[in-house]
Design a protein around this ligand. Sequence first.
Ligand code: G3H
Ligand code: 13P
Ligand code: ZN
Length: 317
Amino acid sequence: MHVNTAVLLQLAYGEYAVGAFSVNSIEQILGAMRGATEAAAPLIIQVSHQARRYAMPGVLEAAVHAAARHFPELVFALHLDHGDEAACYEGIDSGLYGSVMIDASAQPLAENIAITRRVVERAHARGVAVEAELGRLGGKEDDLVVAEDAAWLTDPDAAAEFVARSGCDALAVAVGTRHGIHKFAASGQLDLERLAAIRARLPGVPLVLHGASSVPAAEVARINAAGGAVAADAHGVPEALYPELARRGVAKINIDTDGRLVWARVLREYLRDHPATLDLREPGRVFMAAYAERVAQLCRCFGAAGRLAEVRRRLGV
Ligand code: G3H
Ligand code: 13P
Ligand code: ZN
């Protein structure tokens, strides 16, 4: 069942985090739904601006809703990740999204608030939730690479003003993570004190952590053993930290890179071990199973596993 994202985040707030998994293909959609179902966890499926360009607008969204019919127990939301204003309006007007992210984080505060406010008004009129971002993550974001000196961490006072004036439902914060395979380049570590200060200024407002993949060392090693060239010093958010993040108000955890690592590992190993294969469904099946396992494992780390019955009961569905 498809729901408004804010509803899922409110149920999770302070106790666990809902995994938001980035998808670009049917295999990722089916794998994520299978993983969440196996873990009995609520799920957010997210489609980025680049993913919509890759698959063509509307295709992934339709596939998500079609796939969901095969997982009748699932409670999920479809989210537009890192949208600009035009993409957000398209997503809102399509009626297919439970939330959109307006990413005007590169703009000065007043401009970010004004843009977010416009998106919130249009979204709320259609029953769609809005995530906005204050602060800038380093690393690759959409089709632009944010240099370390352009990245900056979220200021707790500005965060309070931003949410009050923009009316957004959830706030993406920069507390030291980066998108991609290297986290914490500028800060050296996750700034948990800053996260606590933001939460204290914004009680009850779900926070979102981008750049939150765990980048398992074993996965990187397998990719490289099968001919890959992923930087050996790749590193992510330690899995043991996820419950602490949830306790500090992070109710949505964004995962893209961990899914890419599963894909690279499965493909490299499969093609190495089956040099005569020509059928993309063969590695596709292996990928779906491996990705489902990874999604289920992350849902367990986030404390979201086993929550589905409670979510259904509290939503009355
Ligand atoms: O938030 C950043 C995403 O992980 C990057 O994904 O290449 O689909 O924009 P993308
Ligand atoms: P990762 O690169 O850590 O998976 O972050 C994904 C993300 O933030 C998508 O919005
Ligand atoms: Zn992101």
